[in-house]
Design a protein around this ligand. Structure first.
Ligand code: DHB
Ligand code: FE
Length: 277
């Protein structure tokens, strides 16, 4: 298979972000000033505390230029910053925990009624997995017709639409639950994922002697009329990177409990949606 490169993955993620997100830019000047000032003050404090040199300042400039040239701002920000934005955004939810969306969501995946099998290649590698559960409101009411939008990487850690050589919409789908909110999705277990290391994000990870791993995960957006959409991920116990995810996106509430069945695994997870604000 064609090796996914940071350049290809980063460029695809940057292209997607620019076409899918509407960035309004309507933040009032007082707030722009407050936030920009405080971020700059944190930079000044770091320079003073650690006596940053001109060589280090020039290395930073060159690196910032390279992140843009590689199209890696979505990757870099979603790995190192998004988890705190998510924490603030979802602090007051009573229902299921959310976590970061990451850079590899693609809206408009093929739609299915439950029970569904995600689009996959005839020879798709990996452990077969059945993922099922129920979507409910915080008061326990089943949310019939809820939508479970799921995407995940393949058995080699690559995402369709972002890594080359994978059919469009592979391992991506929007599954409508039945009238009692139950859904069943057949897929394969995703592999642990190493963020692309041949671009600028990889360069800083190497320069700092960090690792580039995210534990294996399913990505989900779960929604129902009259309720808040939740963007989340689910993880597998025993993954060596559950405790040191490069993207800091693992939460104990998001751990699955896989049961072996036949040649695969069965996982169950229920989603609880908060009422619309
Ligand atoms: C990145 C990739 C992911 O699959 C994810 O969930 C979060 C971040 C990344 O490469 O930036
Ligand atoms: Fe991911």
């Amino acid at each position: 298979m064609t090796q996914a490169t940071a350049a290809a993955t980063g460029a695809a993620a940057t292209e997607r972000f620019s076409t899918d997100k509407v960035v309004t830019g309507d933040t009032p000047p007082e707030r722009v000033s407050l936030l920009a000032r405080q971020i700059l003050e944190a930079v000044y404090a770091t320079i003073r505390e650690h006596q940053v040199t001109y060589d280090e300042y020039d290395a930073l400039k060159a690196w910032l230029i390279q992140v843009g040239a590689d199209g890696e701002w979505p990757l870099f920000l979603d790995v190192f910053v998004e988890h705190v934005v998510e924490e603030v955004a979802n602090a007051n939810r009573e229902g299921s925990k959310g976590t970061i969306e990451g850079p590899f969501y693609a809206p408009g995946a093929p739609a299915f009624a439950t029970p569904a099998t995600l689009p996959m290649r005839p020879d798709e590698k990996g452990t077969p997995m059945t993922f099922h559960g129920q979507v409910r409101a915080v008061d326990g009411t089943p949310l019939g017709g809820a939508l479970v939008d799921i995407w995940h990487c393949d058995d080699e850690g690559f995402y369709a639409q972002f890594a080359p050589g994978i059919p469009e919409w592979n391992l991506r789908g929007r599954v409508t639950a039945d009238e009692s909110g139950h859904f069943t999705i057949r897929t394969i277990k995703p592999a642990p994922y190493q963020i692309p290391t041949d671009g600028a994000t990889g360069a800083i990870i190497r320069a700092a002697n960090w690792h580039a791993w995210r534990p294996a995960h399913l990505h989900l957006k779960v929604s129902a009329p009259g309720h808040q959409l939740i963007t989340t991920q689910l993880y597998f116990p025993g993954d060596p990177h559950n405790d040191d995810d490069i993207a800091s996106a693992v939460k104990p509430e998001l751990m699955l409990d896989p049961k072996p069945i036949g040649d695969g695994v069965d996982v169950e997870y229920d989603f609880i949606l908060d009422p619309a604000a």
